[in-house]
Design a protein around this ligand. Structure first.
Ligand code: AMP
Ligand code: MG
Length: 353
């Protein structure tokens, strides 16, 4: 289905100027089609979550393995009841605090949600975004939108409409351009189906923020990067696949500051001698330390890094960089979320110094 559509890109403003556009986008969804939308985390590729054929189209457009489930997006809390078997008290508390927002919760699904949407699982992931354009789009489209990240499967998620166009041009009829996204990393995912909630994917909302509301929250062992075998069906199936990956080889360098700097500089020198292209990805404060020809800054803070990481990885592809080096992020919160993404982008390649 490489060029089934002429892909239009339409600007949205998040207010009443968008009414006609929302109407048109909603109609596309109701007819089983797909539309890319902005959210506060990353751009999403939206289809009707309750229509198995729509979900199949999402998997096809992304080239996504069909056992990697989709997140269902809703625009109001009352929409949750019909698609889940129960709403645990703890989920209610978390929703009160963090919905709308960058938080996805896993519930036992009701029969309303087709298995095509949940990758064959009996559970469903649900999120209520805070982005105004996303909310009015969900309402216009019937209330239940399956929306995985709008990148081609395996590539870095999209933080601008231009990234979406790069990946999905010809595969969908419409991209809604809401400008640069705010956060830049996908939502935090928490499994609420057991007695104790489990963090499956770290994001902007941190483990300690979850524990403030819920008490103990376990961290799934795969969050920090363990490798999974082919037959395992992990709780957050996206974890099984190489993800967010640039075309070149990314290495994560772990260890003391000076040792990391020395090692990265020497690796880049060796690449240069061999006629290979190499780059360092780092925070602004570190740029001066590196001698590579390409040193790309993620900004001053971890917030900046979250915002810029996927764009930076895509730029590495544009610059045809063959080898990239990044120092491990540390800490809880965004450090954990950033680390989770780069471990996958690197295909678990570490250099310990
Ligand atoms: P993306 O839409 O690209 O942000 O990826 C969505 C991710 O949500 C998937 O890769 C899964 O890891 C996770 N997910 C969706 N539904 C479920 C579910 N029912 N149980 C566990 N994880 C889920
Ligand atoms: Mg994704």
């Amino acid at each position: 289905m490489d060029s089934d559509f002429i892909t239009e890109v339409e600007r949205a403003f998040g207010d009443s100027r968008d009414d006609a556009l929302m109407q048109r986008a909603g109609e596309i969804i109701k007819k089983g089609g797909l539309v890319a939308i902005p959210t506060e985390t990353v751009y999403g590729l939206a289809g009707n979550a309750l229509d198995p054929e729509s979900s199949k189209r999402i998997y096809a457009a992304k080239g996504r393995p069909s056992d990697n489930p989709l997140i269902v997006h809703i625009a109001e809390f009352d929409a949750l009841g019909p698609i889940v078997r129960e709403i645990p008290e703890k989920a209610r508390l978390l929703a009160e605090k963090y919905w709308p927002g960058p938080l996805t919760m896993i519930f036992k699904k009701s029969d309303r949600v087709p298995k095509e949407t949940t990758g064959g699982l009996d559970t469903v992931a649900v999120r209520m975004p805070v982005n105004k354009t996303a909310l009015s789009f969900i309402k216009a489209a019937g209330g239940y939108i399956a929306a995985p990240s709008a990148n081609s499967s395996g590539r870095p998620s999209c933080t601008t409409a231009a990234h979406v166009y790069e990946d999905l041009c010809g595969k969908i009829p419409l991209i809604i351009d809401g400008g640069d996204v705010g956060i830049g990393l996908e939502s935090t995912i928490v499994d609420m189906t057991g007695d104790v909630p489990v963090l499956l994917r770290p994001g902007y909302i941190s483990h300690s923020q979850l524990e403030e509301v819920l008490g103990t929250v376990l961290i799934d062992p795969n969050v920090n990067g363990a490798e999974l075998g082919g037959d395992i069906r992990p709780k957050a199936p996206g974890m099984k696949y190489k993800h967010y990956a640039p075309r070149g080889e990314l290495y994560i360098v772990k260890g003391g500051e000076q040792a990391c700097t020395d090692r990265i500089n020497s690796e880049c020198r060796i690449h240069k001698e061999r006629g290979e292209t190499a780059a360092v990805i780092c925070l602004n404060t570190e740029v001066e330390k590196y001698t590579a020809d390409v040193v790309s800054s993620l900004g001053n803070t971890y917030e900046d890094a979250a915002h810029n990481l996927f764009r930076c990885l895509r730029e590495m592809d544009e610059k045809k960089i063959e080898y990239m080096y990044i120092r491990a992020f540390d800490g809880e919160g965004l450090g954990m979320a950033l680390m989770n993404r780069i471990v996958r982008a690197a295909g678990h390649k570490f250099i310990e110094v």
